[in-house]
Write a protein that binds this ligand. Structure first.
Ligand code: PMP
Length: 428
């Protein structure tokens, strides 16, 4: 695999960018190598600066559910670009977008748009504290909710990849109100409820930042009951799963309603959009209606909104969720078969259009079991997949994503790459 030009850019970029990247997950650090630099993408494919072509299963870590440069979306965005980029006053697009989002999530009467998943979650936490008058929040080990101070403990995603338990620079006071529970373990939540200062429980209803981990139906039901009974708010961080697991997110699929929902990624279709929403009673706390302050110069940006609207409408039309399920089931089967043929211990976790393998004998149900995966094996697997034309997140602890642009041919290409990569893992 020729990566001369990526190496050149990496070497040049290191001088003025931290690690030559703007987000640590792009650094390829845990898989040991030089990060590839992207030239362009179209449909299901992404091309690096050396001309290597890959089937894209990173999809910008989720947003590009329709693949790249979907023609309907592109037409809409180009049209809106002509009207100007940002105004500091409201536009009709924000209203249309709010209607689309509130329609998809029955628990949301009102929504506020922000610029990232991080912002959505930190605002949701502030809102939960404002509404309940309490301070503590419960989060689950291995779930990632963005990089705000209070949530950078026992976090997944890049922190899990780089084995960072919590970030330096976060004062103890910022995390003293963050309590950690175990995913899929209701007892670990109950333990914290003896404390009467808990404002909210925040969860990725389908975890995607320690690899994919499904909640048991019982766990979600109990969480809902427990929060309802104790007046604690349940915050669903659907930044990854919103419009991806199902149009109405994991909540539609798992059949529950959160008190506050956070969105990001797909909602902006590739432009920086995040959102948080809830029923009227809660959202009316937010300024200008209430005294919980949250604002943004570029929030509800008209071009980002136009991209979000076009993406959501197109998704609704295409209704790809059953097909995603079939493709993911096919990939699970193929990975398991290839692993078995090569004597490799493998678990495959998936949900909707999110899937990834763990190189372990242990069933993966939480952060601890996810960490039993042999990351050296993942490393070998990852590079063989890249060499054979499949772009995967360079980490054991990230989900792979499917897009509607993937063709049968792409899927067979992924299958062949899996067969080669598993053989390479066995021969290492
Ligand atoms: N929550 C979840 C569940 C996420 O997956 C992410 C990003 N991977 C975030 C929050 C943070 O979003 P952003 O990177 O847009 O700030």
């Amino acid at each position: 695999m020729k990566i001369d030009k990526s190496i050149e850019l990496y070497t040049r970029g290191k001088k003025n960018l931290v690690g030559a990247v703007n987000s640590p997950v792009r650094a390829f650090k845990s898989v040991g190598g030089v990060p590839i630099f992207i030239d362009r993408a179209k449909g299901s494919k992404i091309f690096d600066v050396d001309g290597n072509e890959y089937v894209d299963m990173v999809l910008s870590y989720g947003p590009m559910i329709l693949g790249h440069r979907n023609s309907t979306v592109e037409k809409t965005v180009k049209k809106y670009m002509k009207n100007g980029y940002t105004f500091g006053a409201s536009t009709k697009g924000e209203i249309i977008m709010a209607e689309l989002v509130c329609d998809a999530f029955p628990g949301m009467d009102k929504v506020r748009f922000v610029n990232s998943g991080t912002e959505a979650v930190l605002s949701a936490i502030r809102l939960a504290r404002a509404f309940t008058g309490k301070n503590k929040i419960i989060k689950f080990a291995g779930c990632y909710h963005g990089h705000s101070d209070a949530l950078l403990v026992a976090a997944g995603s890049g922190l899990a990849t780089l084995s960072i338990p919590g970030s330096k620079g976060v004062p103890d006071e910022a995390v003293k109100n963050t309590l950690i529970a175990e995913f899929n373990n209701i007892k670990s939540v109950e333990r914290h409820l003896r404390n009467d200062d808990v404002a909210a429980i925040i969860i990725e209803p389908i975890a995607g930042n320690m690899g994919v981990i499904q909640p048991s139906a019982k766990f979600i039901k109990e969480l809902k009951e427990l929060t309802k009974a104790s007046g604690i708010l349940l915050i669903a961080d659907e930044v990854m799963t919103g419009f991806r697991s199902q149009f109405g997110g994991a909540q539609e699929l798992l059949g529950f309603e959160a008190d506050i929902t956070c969105l990001g990624k797909v909602v902006g279709g590739g432009f920086p959009v995040g959102a948080y929403g809830a029923r009227n009673e809660i959202m009316e706390m937010v300024a200008p209606l209430g005294d919980m302050y949250q604002a943004g110069t570029l929030s509800g940006n008209p071009i980002a909104m136009s991209c979000g609207i076009a993406t959501l409408k197109e998704l609704k039309n295409q209704d790809p969720y059953k097909d995603f399920e079939k493709t993911a089931a096919f990939l699970e089967r193929e990975m398991k078969m290839a692993a078995k043929a090569n004597g490799i211990d493998l678990q495959v976790n998936r949900f909707g259009s999110m899937i990834n393998p763990f190189f372990t004998k242990t069933r993966v149900v939480d952060f601890k079991t996810a960490q039993t995966s042999d990351t050296d094996k993942f490393k070998t697997f990852f590079w063989k997949m890249m060499e054979n034309g499949v772009f995967l997140p360079p980490s054991q602890f990230e989900s792979w994503f499917l897009s509607t642009a993937m063709t049968k041919r792409d899927i067979y290409k992924v299958r062949s790459a899996i067969q080669i990569a598993m053989k390479a893992v066995a021969n290492k």
